[in-house]
Write a protein that binds this ligand. Structure first.
Ligand code: DX5
Ligand code: ZN
Length: 215
Protein backbone atom coordinates (compact mmCIF):
# COMPACT_ATOMS: atom_id res chain seq x y z
CA UNK A 1 0.00 0.00 0.00
CA UNK A 2 1.28 3.41 -0.99
CA UNK A 3 0.77 6.50 1.11
CA UNK A 4 -0.97 9.12 -1.01
CA UNK A 5 -0.52 12.80 -0.15
CA UNK A 6 -2.92 14.91 -2.25
CA UNK A 7 -1.59 18.44 -2.76
CA UNK A 8 -4.07 21.13 -1.73
CA UNK A 9 -2.31 23.50 -4.14
CA UNK A 10 -4.78 22.10 -6.69
CA UNK A 11 -7.89 22.30 -4.51
CA UNK A 12 -10.62 24.95 -4.79
CA UNK A 13 -9.43 27.62 -2.35
CA UNK A 14 -12.92 29.09 -2.12
CA UNK A 15 -14.11 25.69 -0.87
CA UNK A 16 -11.10 24.49 1.05
CA UNK A 17 -13.14 23.06 3.96
CA UNK A 18 -15.26 21.02 1.53
CA UNK A 19 -12.15 19.67 -0.19
CA UNK A 20 -10.48 18.79 3.14
CA UNK A 21 -13.63 16.94 4.21
CA UNK A 22 -13.49 14.98 0.95
CA UNK A 23 -9.86 14.05 1.75
CA UNK A 24 -10.88 13.08 5.30
CA UNK A 25 -13.25 10.46 3.87
CA UNK A 26 -10.70 9.23 1.31
CA UNK A 27 -7.91 6.65 1.61
CA UNK A 28 -5.24 9.37 1.53
CA UNK A 29 -3.20 9.07 4.73
CA UNK A 30 -1.43 12.40 4.32
CA UNK A 31 -2.29 15.88 3.02
CA UNK A 32 0.45 17.75 1.14
CA UNK A 33 0.80 21.47 1.82
CA UNK A 34 3.02 23.47 -0.58
CA UNK A 35 4.41 26.67 0.92
CA UNK A 36 6.05 29.02 -1.63
CA UNK A 37 7.60 32.41 -0.97
CA UNK A 38 8.25 33.93 -4.40
CA UNK A 39 12.01 33.87 -3.66
CA UNK A 40 13.11 30.23 -3.62
CA UNK A 41 10.52 29.52 -6.32
CA UNK A 42 8.88 31.91 -8.80
CA UNK A 43 5.41 31.64 -7.22
CA UNK A 44 3.64 32.49 -3.95
CA UNK A 45 1.10 30.11 -2.41
CA UNK A 46 0.01 30.49 1.23
CA UNK A 47 1.37 30.41 4.77
CA UNK A 48 0.56 29.86 8.44
CA UNK A 49 -3.12 30.96 8.64
CA UNK A 50 -4.11 28.58 5.84
CA UNK A 51 -2.12 25.70 7.36
CA UNK A 52 -3.67 26.33 10.79
CA UNK A 53 -7.15 26.46 9.23
CA UNK A 54 -6.61 23.10 7.49
CA UNK A 55 -5.32 21.66 10.80
CA UNK A 56 -8.66 22.51 12.44
CA UNK A 57 -10.53 20.35 9.92
CA UNK A 58 -8.46 17.17 9.72
CA UNK A 59 -6.70 14.48 11.75
CA UNK A 60 -4.62 13.38 8.74
CA UNK A 61 -0.86 13.78 8.67
CA UNK A 62 -0.05 17.30 7.44
CA UNK A 63 2.91 16.92 5.10
CA UNK A 64 4.35 20.40 4.69
CA UNK A 65 6.74 21.08 1.80
CA UNK A 66 8.67 24.32 2.25
CA UNK A 67 9.77 25.98 -0.99
CA UNK A 68 11.11 29.04 0.79
CA UNK A 69 14.42 30.80 1.40
CA UNK A 70 15.73 30.73 4.98
CA UNK A 71 13.39 28.02 6.35
CA UNK A 72 15.25 28.07 9.70
CA UNK A 73 13.52 31.33 10.62
CA UNK A 74 10.06 29.71 10.52
CA UNK A 75 10.42 26.12 11.82
CA UNK A 76 8.68 26.74 15.16
CA UNK A 77 5.86 28.65 13.43
CA UNK A 78 5.18 25.61 11.24
CA UNK A 79 5.16 23.36 14.32
CA UNK A 80 2.64 25.68 16.03
CA UNK A 81 0.46 25.80 12.91
CA UNK A 82 0.15 21.99 13.00
CA UNK A 83 2.72 20.49 10.62
CA UNK A 84 3.49 16.80 11.26
CA UNK A 85 6.12 16.26 8.58
CA UNK A 86 8.26 19.28 7.67
CA UNK A 87 10.34 19.07 4.50
CA UNK A 88 13.02 21.60 3.59
CA UNK A 89 14.96 21.83 0.34
CA UNK A 90 18.64 20.92 0.50
CA UNK A 91 19.22 23.82 -1.92
CA UNK A 92 17.96 26.36 0.65
CA UNK A 93 19.81 25.04 3.74
CA UNK A 94 23.45 25.91 4.40
CA UNK A 95 23.54 23.96 7.66
CA UNK A 96 21.19 21.09 6.86
CA UNK A 97 22.13 18.94 9.86
CA UNK A 98 21.25 21.78 12.23
CA UNK A 99 17.94 22.39 10.45
CA UNK A 100 16.98 18.70 10.60
CA UNK A 101 17.87 18.48 14.30
CA UNK A 102 15.71 21.51 15.07
CA UNK A 103 12.71 20.13 13.13
CA UNK A 104 12.90 16.94 15.23
CA UNK A 105 13.41 18.84 18.48
CA UNK A 106 10.16 20.67 17.69
CA UNK A 107 8.36 17.31 17.54
CA UNK A 108 7.96 16.98 13.77
CA UNK A 109 9.25 14.39 11.30
CA UNK A 110 12.12 15.77 9.23
CA UNK A 111 12.19 15.61 5.43
CA UNK A 112 14.64 16.85 2.82
CA UNK A 113 13.63 17.66 -0.78
CA UNK A 114 15.93 17.46 -3.81
CA UNK A 115 15.40 19.54 -6.95
CA UNK A 116 15.65 17.59 -10.24
CA UNK A 117 19.30 18.59 -10.76
CA UNK A 118 20.47 17.69 -7.25
CA UNK A 119 22.05 14.22 -6.96
CA UNK A 120 20.96 11.73 -4.31
CA UNK A 121 24.62 11.45 -3.23
CA UNK A 122 24.37 14.83 -1.48
CA UNK A 123 22.46 12.98 1.28
CA UNK A 124 25.07 10.27 1.94
CA UNK A 125 26.20 11.68 5.29
CA UNK A 126 22.76 12.65 6.57
CA UNK A 127 20.40 9.95 5.30
CA UNK A 128 20.39 8.08 8.64
CA UNK A 129 19.03 11.21 10.36
CA UNK A 130 16.13 11.72 7.96
CA UNK A 131 12.52 10.56 8.26
CA UNK A 132 11.76 11.35 4.64
CA UNK A 133 13.37 12.29 1.33
CA UNK A 134 11.24 14.09 -1.26
CA UNK A 135 12.33 13.62 -4.87
CA UNK A 136 11.04 16.47 -7.04
CA UNK A 137 9.87 15.13 -10.37
CA UNK A 138 9.19 18.66 -11.70
CA UNK A 139 10.94 21.94 -11.04
CA UNK A 140 9.20 23.27 -7.91
CA UNK A 141 6.84 26.23 -8.08
CA UNK A 142 3.69 25.15 -9.87
CA UNK A 143 1.13 22.37 -9.98
CA UNK A 144 0.14 20.70 -13.22
CA UNK A 145 3.63 20.33 -14.76
CA UNK A 146 4.93 17.40 -16.79
CA UNK A 147 6.67 14.55 -14.93
CA UNK A 148 10.45 14.32 -15.49
CA UNK A 149 11.06 10.59 -16.24
CA UNK A 150 14.61 10.47 -14.77
CA UNK A 151 12.98 10.69 -11.32
CA UNK A 152 12.34 6.92 -11.47
CA UNK A 153 16.05 6.11 -11.66
CA UNK A 154 16.70 8.65 -8.92
CA UNK A 155 14.23 6.84 -6.64
CA UNK A 156 16.05 3.56 -7.35
CA UNK A 157 19.39 5.18 -6.41
CA UNK A 158 17.87 6.55 -3.22
CA UNK A 159 16.43 3.13 -2.34
CA UNK A 160 19.94 1.66 -2.65
CA UNK A 161 21.45 4.41 -0.50
CA UNK A 162 18.77 3.94 2.20
CA UNK A 163 19.45 0.19 2.27
CA UNK A 164 23.22 0.64 2.31
CA UNK A 165 23.12 3.11 5.21
CA UNK A 166 20.30 1.28 7.05
CA UNK A 167 18.20 4.43 7.10
CA UNK A 168 14.48 4.39 7.93
CA UNK A 169 13.71 7.32 5.62
CA UNK A 170 10.56 7.16 3.50
CA UNK A 171 10.79 8.11 -0.17
CA UNK A 172 8.24 10.65 -1.44
CA UNK A 173 7.84 11.75 -5.05
CA UNK A 174 6.27 15.09 -5.97
CA UNK A 175 5.32 16.58 -9.32
CA UNK A 176 3.31 15.34 -12.29
CA UNK A 177 2.52 12.02 -10.59
CA UNK A 178 -0.29 9.94 -12.11
CA UNK A 179 -1.29 6.27 -12.39
CA UNK A 180 1.03 5.70 -15.34
CA UNK A 181 4.30 6.89 -13.76
CA UNK A 182 3.17 5.97 -10.23
CA UNK A 183 3.65 2.26 -10.91
CA UNK A 184 7.38 2.40 -11.84
CA UNK A 185 7.94 4.85 -8.98
CA UNK A 186 6.48 2.40 -6.44
CA UNK A 187 8.45 -0.47 -8.01
CA UNK A 188 11.63 1.60 -7.63
CA UNK A 189 10.89 2.06 -3.91
CA UNK A 190 8.66 5.14 -3.53
CA UNK A 191 6.55 5.00 -0.33
CA UNK A 192 4.62 8.27 -0.65
CA UNK A 193 3.12 9.75 -3.81
CA UNK A 194 2.10 13.41 -3.94
CA UNK A 195 -0.60 14.20 -6.50
CA UNK A 196 -2.26 17.56 -7.06
CA UNK A 197 -3.83 18.14 -10.45
CA UNK A 198 -4.23 14.41 -11.12
CA UNK A 199 -6.45 14.06 -8.01
CA UNK A 200 -8.35 17.35 -7.97
CA UNK A 201 -8.73 17.47 -11.76
CA UNK A 202 -10.30 14.00 -11.94
CA UNK A 203 -14.03 13.32 -12.04
CA UNK A 204 -13.82 11.34 -8.78
CA UNK A 205 -10.89 12.46 -6.60
CA UNK A 206 -11.76 9.77 -4.01
CA UNK A 207 -11.52 6.97 -6.60
CA UNK A 208 -8.32 8.45 -8.04
CA UNK A 209 -6.75 8.48 -4.58
CA UNK A 210 -7.80 4.84 -4.02
CA UNK A 211 -6.21 3.82 -7.35
CA UNK A 212 -2.92 5.46 -6.35
CA UNK A 213 -3.01 3.82 -2.90
CA UNK A 214 -3.44 0.40 -4.53
CA UNK A 215 -0.68 0.75 -7.13
C1 DX5 B 1 5.21 21.74 -7.06
C2 DX5 B 1 4.62 21.26 -5.76
C3 DX5 B 1 3.77 20.06 -5.92
C4 DX5 B 1 2.53 20.27 -6.73
C5 DX5 B 1 2.19 18.94 -7.36
O1 DX5 B 1 6.13 22.74 -6.80
O2 DX5 B 1 5.66 20.93 -4.85
O3 DX5 B 1 3.44 19.49 -4.66
O4 DX5 B 1 1.43 20.71 -5.98
O5 DX5 B 1 1.17 19.15 -8.26
P1 DX5 B 1 0.95 18.18 -9.49
O6 DX5 B 1 0.65 16.84 -8.94
O7 DX5 B 1 -0.19 18.82 -10.21
O8 DX5 B 1 2.24 18.21 -10.28
ZN1 ZN C 1 5.09 19.75 -3.01
Amino acid sequence: MTIVSPSVLSCDFANIQRDIEMLNLSSAEWIHIDVMDGVFVPNISFGFPVLAAIRRHTQKVLDVHLMIANPDAYLSDFASAGANVLTVHVESCTHLHRTISEIKRLGMKAGVALNPHTPVSVLEEIIVDLDLVLIMSVNPGFGGQKFIPSAVEKVAKLTALIEEKKSKALIEVDGGVNLENGKPLVEAGANVLVAGSFVFGSSSPTDTIASLVNL
